[in-house]
Design a protein around this ligand. Structure first.
Ligand code: ATP
Length: 360
């Protein structure tokens, strides 16, 4: 059972600037009064009643807390404390101040595969640790891969957002259709029993994008994207992959595999020659290959634009709804953003529930 303090976070922390927003939470920088240390506080609104239109089920917040409490790893955001007051649970998290990995990379003029691999290695180490604890993230995408700080030339990867994560228990099947279409594994779409292998599919998609600036299954609509995933319809277009090593393509091919039991695990990825070259020839190949920076920058700019567009759309819609209902608490309005929009739209499937979050 997750430990949640029935106290008001504002009695212990000064609430500072906005750090980001997701579907279900607003994240603010906070300063712990007793020590002066800065943290990130994720505010999650809890549904008041089962039929309430706003907020999250308490059980799903407890799941996120429980998962984070079980994960202490240098590449996974640390949970320090949890508070609950009125209809809100607040997670006090390690402050991750380096921004998103994709934004960091997009600022570079060029990047060798060997440099990109240093980040991939850390992602896989965090993931390998998580999977060794029988926990899957189920929402791996560029927005959830952040960097520890902005000052170090080699910042550490920090995986964030465990809102869809699941702790597997032996003999207990788990199904879910939540996720983001571009990054989602076929077994999620097909409502099949899931395993940690679904995360490995997402790693295949993320690596593909990182190298080429193309999203392998992206269609014109979410429905088309999901159809492309099911059909396994992707290729390495030579116009975008001319600078990519054959080892990198092999790495991706061993992840974008329909049968989850045939996909490489995080541990196996760490031993793949693209990540851990054995021969001098393999080392040389990696050092000669680079990521398609021109197209990657384009992909990232589009992704950021769509994220801002979606957020503005969601907030405008919520403000309109709230004004209609006569609410006046502006801060609360912003925190409630997404969950309200979802209900107003009455989307039936949770797959579509999450789609506005990203660049799909
Ligand atoms: P989603 O819609 O993807 O499910 P969410 O509501 O679960 O999102 P998070 O993804 O956890 O919320 O956080 C929203 C944003 O807040 C992140 O994209 C990131 O920019 C920022 N953020 C989250 N955690 C931290 C942190 N520990 N330090 C700094 N910024 C953070």
């Amino acid at each position: 059972m997750a430990v949640i303090k029935p106290e008001n976070v504002e009695d212990f922390y000064d609430i500072g600037e906005d750090l980001g927003r997701g579907h279900f939470g607003q994240v603010r920088q906070v300063c712990e009064r007793a020590t002066g240390t800065v943290w990130a506080a994720k505010f999650l609104k809890i549904r008041k009643t089962a039929c309430s239109r706003l907020g999250l089920d308490r059980s799903s917040v407890e799941r996120e807390v429980e998962v984070l409490q079980a994960l202490q790893h240098p590449n996974i955001v640390i949970l320090k404390d949890v508070f609950e007051s009125r209809a809100e649970v607040v997670l006090i998290l390690e402050l991750v101040s380096g921004g998103e990995l994709f934004d960091f990379i997009a600022e570079k003029e060029n990047l060798l595969e060997s440099e990109a691999i240093e980040f991939m290695k850390q992602i896989l180490e965090g993931l390998g640790f998580m999977h060794s604890k029988n926990i899957a993230h189920f929402d791996l995408k560029p927005e959830n891969i952040m960097l520890s700080d902005k000052v170090s030339p080699h910042p550490n990867i920090k995986l964030i957002d465990f809102g869809l994560a699941h702790h597997f228990h032996q003999g207990v099947e788990y199904k879910s259709t939540s996720g983001t279409p571009q990054y989602i594994a076929p077994e999620v779409i097909n409502s099949e029993p899931l395993s940690t292998a679904a995360d490995m599919w997402s790693i295949g998609v993320i690596t593909y994008i990182l190298l080429s600036g193309l999203s392998p299954f992206q269609g014109n609509t979410d429905e088309e994207t999901l159809r492309n995933v099911i059909a396994m319809s992707y290729e390495f277009d030579s116009r975008y992959f001319s600078m990519t090593s054959s080892m990198a393509k092999d790495f991706i091919e061993k992840l974008l595999v329909k049968d989850p039991t045939d996909r490489m695990t995080a541990e196996e990825c760490l031993l793949h020659p693209w990540i851990k070259p054995i021969t001098r020839k393999q080392v040389a190949k990696r050092n000669r290959s680079s990521i398609n920076m021109k197209n990657f920058k384009k992909f990232n700019a589009r992704r950021k634009w769509k994220m801002s567009y979606n957020m503005v759309w969601m907030c405008n819609r919520l403000v309109r709804l709230k004004l209609l209902r006569g609410s006046s608490d502006q801060d609360m309005l912003q925190r409630q953003c997404e969950s309200d929009v979802e209900d107003a739209e009455s989307k039936p499937a949770s797959l579509l529930r999450r789609r506005l979050s990203s660049s799909s």
